[in-house]
Ligand binder design. Sequence first.
Ligand code: BTN
Length: 247
Amino acid sequence: MNIGQKIIHLESVDSTNNYAANLLKSEVVSHGTVILTDNQYNGRGQRDSEWQSESFKSLTLSIILKPAIMTADQQVYINLCTCLSLIDVLSKYKLEALIKWPNDIFVGERKIAGILIENNLKGNFLSSSIVGIGLNVNHAPTQFNCATSMYEQTGGYFILQEVFLATLSAFNSYYDFIENQKFEDLMNYFQEKMLGIGSAMWFEDNFGVFSGVVRGIDNQGRLKIQKDNEIRFYGNKEIKWLPKNIF
Ligand code: BTN
């Protein structure tokens, strides 16, 4: 159990990912150091968005990874490992969640957790990675646009410390797959838990709106979508999911 051997618990911070990035610049940080805060007041999300959370109601943390040897094209497995950890944590609390590619965690039609992974490469190797996790635990239903929370889904409140420890434990288990190079297993588990797998969904790419069947991801983490008899591959910014009921 390496991840979480050192935990830095802050009362308040702008962003645990920022704190982790500064730590990496300023001192020798050990692999698996975790930054946890009770109050994140300027959280960052994907694509320069803001991540909202509420003190003592959200789980907001960042895990610093310093993989011994991981090539740039293996970095996708950190994403897989993080998504699967959150799926396991939620299932421990009887919530069936799915991964909306690339790394949003959904219950039904609504987002319950977000992940922001910031990698540092040295040549062709990953020198460090900051895995930021935001999980909506005890929020009231009306908060944060159309996101949902564990409380809203179950009607019960959860002890944040317990959810945090469950997250560390799940992350440790999936990180073992990376350390033991069981990449194919991670890939298979991930694909089983993908939102829309095997179903036709609506998308928009540079050429317009289309319906296609989600077929999983390739080993670079690109989304595979079947359109008629052709499989198309998409990177993160190359495609948008559209709501099911657009037409
Ligand atoms: C997203 O879905 O847009 C990603 C959200 C990631 C939020 C987490 S909360 C802890 C960590 N610190 C941040 O500033 N962001 C991530």
